[in-house]
Design a protein around this ligand. Structure first.
Ligand SMILES: [Zn+2]
Length: 344
């Protein structure tokens, strides 16, 4: 089995979104409860402690005004937008959430573990450089990608986002950046409304944003085919030094916010394809960071499926046949757009 790491910080529980909010501390608590379970123990994960992201690390992605605005929420309950709130401890929790992702990347790059899963909360991929948004305060994966490039010797980073929502904040952070590839599958139309296939990056970043918008109803077969062929081939062509995954479990069939039909077997296959791509392109260096996922049962099952794939318990081959014969669902109509940049 491959040595895997799990990073968490109990302070992430202290981000209190109030009664009835989908993004509750129960999400992280249910993952922490799982750590003692026999089947997780059987994977022999190394438990790594998170840390706080520093101001300098956050400012690699976010504006000073964004930092100041969130810092000022410490000690208060503040509504940041329609569905994003800060509680008295949220600023600290958000720094820890970003810090868990940083610690996961550091452990993987240092070779302490082959891959790592950061149990991050609050999530990050909607947070824009200059504003919190959509349950997200700081953009955890964006901060981690910039950190890996700035200090860990990683040149080319691929961020893969399978959350049901489009990661507008991540896309915008790297929209002009040729060194950070952002690949997202997401339901469309759905919040936040961005993520059309024609959004491909600009300037030197053109072709470094790949959006695969899907209508609701796509399930295991389509996600298996899309990740095993389209996403895997794009990653092979891009040749990243590190893969960071925005792992959103709101594509689960049971999820109350999305309309996808992915089962725990589907999550295992998505993760196994990404792990295989990391093995092929970057020495296996891959970090999963939690984004959404609002059915607690599906979240637990999905995260466990990813851990199994990271450990190498689940392995999948590349789907056979030409792209034209695979069940790619809505993705099939965008292949020619991607081929302008990647010969898939
Ligand atoms: Zn989501």
């Amino acid at each position: 089995m491959n040595p895997i790491g799990i990073v968490f910080d109990p302070e992430c529980l202290l981000h209190d979104t109030g009664p009835g909010h989908a993004e509750s501390s129960a999400r992280l608590q249910c993952l922490l409860n799982m750590l003692g379970a026999h089947d997780v123990q059987a994977l022999s994960p190394t438990i790594l402690h998170g840390r706080s992201a520093t101001e300098a690390e956050v400012l690699r992605v976010h504006s000073p005004a964004h930092w100041k605005r969130l810092k000022a929420t410490a000690g208060y309950n503040v509504r940041l937008d329609n569905d994003t709130v800060a509680s008295p401890r949220s600023f600290d929790a958000a720094l820890r959430s970003a810090g868990c992702t940083l610690a996961a990347v550091e452990a993987v790059v240092a070779g302490e573990v082959r891959s790592a899963f950061a149990f991050t909360r609050p999530p990050g991929h909607h947070a824009e450089p200059d504003k919190p948004m959509g349950f997200c305060l700081f953009n955890n994966v964006a901060i981690a990608a910039r950190h890996a490039r700035a200090t860990l010797g990683m040149q080319r980073i691929a961020i893969v986002d399978f959350d049901v929502h489009h990661g507008n904040g991540t896309q915008n952070t790297f929209y002009h950046d040729p060194y950070v590839l952002y690949v997202s599958t997401h339901q469309r139309p759905l919040y936040p409304g961005t993520g059309a296939a024609t959004e491909l990056g600009e300037g030197l970043g053109r072709g470094r944003t790949i959006n695969i918008p899907l209508r609701g109803g796509h399930g295991d077969a389509e996600f298996d085919a899309i990740y095993g062929s389209v996403v895997a081939r794009i990653l092979e062509r891009f040749r990243p030094d590190l893969i960071i995954v925005s792992a959103g479990f709101d594509i689960a069939a049971e999820d109350p916010l999305g309309s996808m039909e992915v089962s725990s077997d589907g999550f295992a296959r998505i993760a196994a394809h990404l792990v295989a791509a990391a093995e092929m392109t970057c020495g296996g260096r891959i970090v999963f960071a939690l984004e959404g996922g609002y059915s607690l049962m599906a979240l637990q099952d999905g995260v466990f499926a990813c851990l199994e794939a990271m450990a190498g318990v689940v392995q999948v081959g590349e789907p056979r046949g030409s792209l034209a014969t695979l069940p790619l669902g809505d993705a099939v109509q965008y292949l020619d757009l991607y081929r302008e940049f990647f010969p898939i």
